[in-house]
Write a protein that binds this ligand. Structure first.
Ligand code: FES
Length: 101
């Protein structure tokens, strides 16, 4: 596993996503309203919607295209829809945010 620097926590707006690209992987990084940071694959399993542009509510993001609700902890799509995306471990040290890839 590689520890990839995303940036400073303060650069991430609360309840907004930011896309980072690591090799072939598109990753959506989110800062929750309580300052925890989550990261999932930035490709919706429905029709490849950019999840980083979705709406964050609690520990979920809603896909901006057709509103799939995805758990930011494990990448699971919530019922009645189906599917999942990869979830990544995140680390916040001092004010720096990292994703384990
Ligand atoms: S592409 Fe995400 S819900 Fe359709």
């Amino acid at each position: 596993m590689e520890k990839i620097l995303v940036g400073q926590l303060a650069e991430l707006a609360p309840r907004m996503g930011k896309e980072i690209i690591v090799g072939e992987q598109k990753i959506a990084v989110f800062r929750l309203s309580d300052n925890r940071v989550k990261a999932i694959e930035n490709v919706c399993p429905h029709k490849q919607g950019p999840l980083a542009e979705g709406t964050v509510s609690g520990e979920y993001v809603f896909c901006p295209l057709h509103d799939y609700k995805i758990n930011l902890n494990d990448g699971q799509v919530q019922e009645p829809d189906e599917g999942c995306v990869r979830a990544y471990e995140t680390i916040v040290e001092e004010d720096l945010v990292y994703v384990m890839v």
